[in-house]
Write a protein that binds this ligand. Sequence first.
Ligand SMILES: [Zn+2]
Length: 76
Amino acid sequence: MENKRFEISLKCLFCGCELQGDTEKEFSSGDMLECQECGELNDYDALIDVAADEGKEVAAKYAKEEIERMLKKALK
Ligand SMILES: [Zn+2]
């Protein structure tokens, strides 16, 4: 089984733009991330929740595509 990595980005809960995380700093539960676009503070835990949901969707979509491809191959 191939190992596939998913790129999940953290998006501002207010304006939807991608949050540029400060690479020098490690964020952890309870932290607030300031959006560089709108200046709103995003709750880290909420962001992780959203990203986790997004990740599940991406994984489900990928799995479906893989299954479809395998079925197509099997039918040839
Ligand atoms: Zn924003």
